[in-house]
Design a protein around this ligand. Structure first.
Ligand code: NAD
Length: 481
């Protein structure tokens, strides 16, 4: 017999221990070849004063096994506890969040009988880098970071996932009509990498209309890949409209480690009563089995689970008179799945997983073209409350360094000087763009000289962004207006 695959298991809080027991019983009865290392995480760890909610020994186990099956935990109210999920995701570099959203019509109620969508969400970047600043009395900012390696990894993952799972189409959601550089990069990388997969259909939607179409006609979507924020919101929308939040599992995949969990929480009010539905965690465990190369066991478990749902054996949360046949508790539901191992569903679509092969998602290739980067100016941000845009423009026009001169001032991105409109509402946060003549290169010390003069003139300079051309193309957005 092949060597057992070690996995780290956390039983969590609330309904966690019950649904984890049910899940492990099912996958072990199906022949999962695993060696379990149990770790303690969650409420008890938090209350013992461990601010991450995870024992140091748990990290050692995770680094050893690289596979984490995690039950939901309870985050104690108040007290500034750190989110275990965010910590785990960042510490282990889990860049992809994969959430299949499937409807099980007519056995589980849904408005969308034909839905089988997989949301693949970038998990580390975008507005979730957690880089926020208050800059003036009135203005706060959050930095949106989209990187080429981050985009390449998630997009390649989405195409590889589609190929490995016999999916026909990958859709990309972005807002690059507004965020031309950041979301523009994500879109560009999608087109570049998509061209390497001629067998897969590709499409891109602006996220607003894309989201509306997803909510209205999810049957038209297959795999959808998106940056972090849109993915966070839309993966919940998709799971909800499939009718099965309590049935959905998710995978968090990294280059070395992976974490699998249900999408619901620890439902403390249902704990200890043999009521909870273990399906979300079980379907997460199915993804885990595929991930560790036990696709055949995963297939057996999923098909037996589909047959159980189809036979009308339902926990309270999905039980409906007239559709369901038997209302069961957590343990009886697990027993029913175990009894059906080896069976395949008759009405619901059976699955057949194939072993996935690891791929290199990002290569820091030395043959990559490195663009020529030229400093051509600086956006100087000021906290200023002393007058009109014309007053500010008049005062700053007198300050220069070499050819660096004031060209335009904007407030919240709208041009207010020169020739601004009196109707434009202004806050105390001003962006003053200084550039040289005709895109000429500027020595960096010239920028420092300029900033020194601005500060010496009594302005409150809160931050600056250098303006670069990359191979002659602007690496900054134009000013509106
Ligand atoms: P929840 O998902 O735990 O529960 C909401 C409701 O959904 C429950 O009252 C219950 O009626 C139902 N429900 C959820 N899962 C079910 C299941 N498996 N079977 C049957 N019914 C189920 O959300 P909540 O009440 O907002 O959060 C409770 C706790 O869980 C909080 O402490 C929260 O921080 C935590 N939480 C943890 C995770 C995680 O560990 N990944 C995720 C979300 C919430």
């Amino acid at each position: 017999m092949a060597q057992k695959t070690p996995i780290t298991v956390a039983h969590g809080d609330g309904i966690g221990p019950e649904i984890m027991r049910a899940t492990l019983n099912i996958i072990q009865a199906a022949g999962a070849n695993i060696e379990i290392e149990t770790v303690e995480i969650g409420e008890k760890a938090y209350l013992r004063g461990i601010e991450t909610g995870m024992e140091p020994g748990a990290w050692d186990s995770l680094r050893r096994t690289k596979v984490f099956l995690k039950a939901p935990i309870t985050t104690p109210q108040g007290g500034g506890y750190k989110s275990l999920n965010v910590t785990t995701r960042k510490a282990l570099g889990l860049y992809a969040n994969v959430r299949p959203c499937v409807s099980y019509h007519p056995f589980v109620h849904t408005k969308h009988p034909v839905m089988d969508v997989v949301i693949i969400r970038e998990n580390e970047e975008d507005l979730y880098a957690g880089i926020e600043h208050r800059q003036t009395e009135q203005v706060y900012q959050c930095l949106k970071l989209i990187t080429r390696p981050g985009s390449e990894k998630i997009i390649r993952y989405a195409f590889e996932y589609a190929r490995a799972n016999n999916r026909r189409k990958v859709t990309c959601f972005v807002k690059d009509n507004i965020m031309k550089l950041t979301d523009g990069l994500f879109h560009k990388v999608f087109d570049e990498i998509g061209s390497e997969y001629p067998d897969i259909e590709k499409e891109t939607w602006i996220v607003d209309i894309g989201a509306a179409k997803l909510a209205d006609s999810p049957e038209n979507f297959d795999v959808i890949v998106m940056p972090n924020l849109y993915g966070d919101i839309l993966s919940d929308v998709a799971a909800q409209i499939a009718g099965s939040v309590g049935l959905a599992g998710s995978a968090n995949i990294g280059e070395q480690c992976a974490m699998f969990e249900a999408i619901h929480g620890s439902a403390p009010r249902r704990a200890g009563q043999n009521l909870a539905n273990p399906s979300g965690l079980l379907l997460a465990a199915v993804m885990m089995l595929v991930h560790i190369g036990q696709a055949e066991v995963a297939t057996r478990v999923y098909n037996a689970w589909l047959k159980t749902i189809e036979d009308g054996i339902h926990t309270y949360d999905i039980f409906r008179e007239g559709v369901s046949r038997q209302k069961v508790g957590t343990n009886e539901f697990a027993d029913a799945v175990i009894q059906r191992l080896g069976e395949i569903p008759k009405m619901l679509k059976p699955v057949s997983y194939e072993a996935s092969t690891p791929i290199k998602l990002w290569q820091n290739d030395s043959s990559r073209h490195v663009p020529e980067k030229r400093l051509v100016g600086v956006d100087v941000f000021l906290d200023w409350k002393r007058g009109s845009p014309d007053d500010l423009g008049g005062a700053l026009s007198k300050i220069s360094a070499g050819t660096l001169q004031l060209r335009v001032i904007s407030n919240r991105g709208i041009k207010v000087w020169p020739n601004g409109l009196p109707e434009t509402f202004c806050t105390d946060h001003w962006r003053c763009r200084f550039t040289g003549d005709n895109n000429e290169g500027i020595p960096p010390l010239r920028v420092i000289e300029l900033l020194q003069r601005i500060t010496e003139s009594g302005f409150d300079n809160i931050k600056n962004e250098n303006l670069y051309l990359f191979d002659g193309k602007p690496g900054f957005s134009a000013v509106h207006g």
